[in-house]
Structure formats: structure tokens, C-alpha cells
Design a protein around this ligand. Structure first.
Ligand SMILES: [Zn+2]
Length: 230
């Protein structure tokens, strides 16, 4: 079962398999909401099997250090974003649109720096943590962005794309993306998974078919499912 815990800016997700796994930890002020979310679903902090971060931005890694102290769970993060969490800073954030320029100051919060327990490069299997699925590197938004692809066809995609504020079931480009071309290849990688449903870091979820609208380059070329333009 997948439960969305809404933070001030971004979503965290609680995955209830054989063991509970928390994906993302909100912004620095989101601790109470997350602890309340765990409690509401009968999860004792000490039972958490893993804290997995989709990337190292402050609105996803903001409460990671404190949650580790309270739960004893290890924090897993892709190596590409380790410098961000070691500094407790977002680093470079490339704005994509006008709304991004407006929101930019609000996402640049500092957060408690920490050293991740599990630093991975190629992705990890989630079976040891009681879940059927795996972590897939999906860089672009940041160098170390990853998605969690579950065996049931659902995926937590961090900030690869966002949901829509206005329309449910719609995908939109995120306000921020450090490497749009790399991010597009990551969208292709997700499309290749044949996903039923994507759960983004911002706003609501959308069907996997929404990924289709992003499978062309700026020049109008269609991206092959290998991630290359054809
Ligand atoms: Zn982000």
C-alpha cells in the first residue's frame, strides 16, 4: 500500500510492504506531519525499514537527519546528490519557467546536513526492505535523482515531473531542472517501464500514459525507448 503524506511543499510517501519504507522526508518544518502520518497508519518509528530519498533537495531531504535519529532507519541516497546533503544546501537550481522564478526563493531553505548510510550508484533492489520493486536512477532534475519503480506498476518519481495544481491526472514539467536533456532521457526510461501510475514529489499522481507527451525532443524528434532521438 502506498500512502501520500503531504508536506508544506512536497509529498512524502509511506510504502507499506512487509516492512514500512519512507520515501522522502519533506522540508525542514514537515517533521510533525510525517510523524503524524506514520502514526495514522500504525507505523511505530522504530519499525521503519529504510528512509529513501528521491534526491537531495531541501523539500525532500529536509527532515532526514531528525527522522533517522527518531527511527534508527538508514538513509539511502544516490551518490550524485551526496554533496547537497553533506552541505545541507540545494546547490544549483536551474529555473524552467516563470512560476519557477516566483517559487525559487521558497525552495532554497537550508536543512540539517547529514551523511547518508547507503550511497548507491546503479540503483538498488527493494526486496531486502520488504518491498517488491527497485530504485532506478532518473537524473536530470538533479544529478542524483532516482525513482522507485514498484512491481505493481506504480512509481514514485520525485521531481522528474510534477502533477498539476489544477487538473488531476495530468503531468507537467517541474519548475526546476538542472539538465533538461538528461531529464528527458529519464522520462523515456520511466516510459519503458510501462507504468500504470506515477506519484510525483509535487501535486497529485497521474497515469503512466501521461509520460507519452514528453517523448519528443524540442526539435520535434520522437525519442526511442532507448532514450535516443529517432
Ligand atoms: Zn527537487
Amino acid at each position: 500500500m502506498l500512502i501520500r503524506i503531504k508536506g508544506a511543499i512536497s509529498n512524502c510517501y509511506l510504502l507499506l510492504g512487509e516492512k514500512p519504507v519512507l520515501v522522502d522526508t519533506g522540508a525542514p518544518g514537515d517533521l510533525k506531519r510525517i510523524l503524524a502520518g506514520l502514526e495514522a497508519h500504525g507505523v511505530e518509528p522504530k519499525d521503519l525499514a529504510l528512509i529513501l530519498l528521491t534526491h537531495g533537495h531541501s523539500d525532500h531531504a529536509g527532515c532526514a537527519a531528525e527522522l533517522r535519529r527518531r527511527t534508527g532507519a538508514q538513509i539511502a541516497l544516490h551518490t550524485g546528490d551526496v554533496p547537497l546533503v553533506r552541505a545541507g544546501r540545494n546547490g544549483v537550481i536551474a529555473v524552467q519557467d516563470a512560476l519557477g522564478r516566483v517559487l525559487r526563493p521558497f525552495v532554497d531553505e537550508e536543512f540539517e546536513a547529514f551523511e547518508p548510510d547507503l550511497i548507491f550508484k546503479e540503483g538498488i533492489a527493494l526486496e531486502p526492505y520488504g518491498l517488491r520493486g527497485r530504485v532506478l536512477p532518473t537524473p536530470g532534475h538533479t544529478a542524483g535523482s532516482v525513482s522507485v519503480v514498484l512491481a505493481n506498476g506504480e512509481a514514485l518519481i520525485g521531481d522528474v515531473l510534477r502533477g498539476s495544481l489544477v487538473w488531476s491526472n495530468k503531468a507537467r514539467e517541474h519548475y526546476f531542472c538542472n539538465d533538461p536533456e538528461l531529464n528527458q532521457r529519464s522520462i523515456v526510461r520511466l516510459a519503458r517501464e510501462g507504468l500504470l501510475r506515477c506519484h510525483p514529489g509535487v501535486f497529485g499522481s497521474f497515469p503512466g500514459s501521461e509520460l507519452g507527451q514528453f517523448l519528443t525532443t524540442d526539435g520535434g524528434e520522437v525519442m526511442a525507448l532507448s532514450g535516443e532521438p529517432v
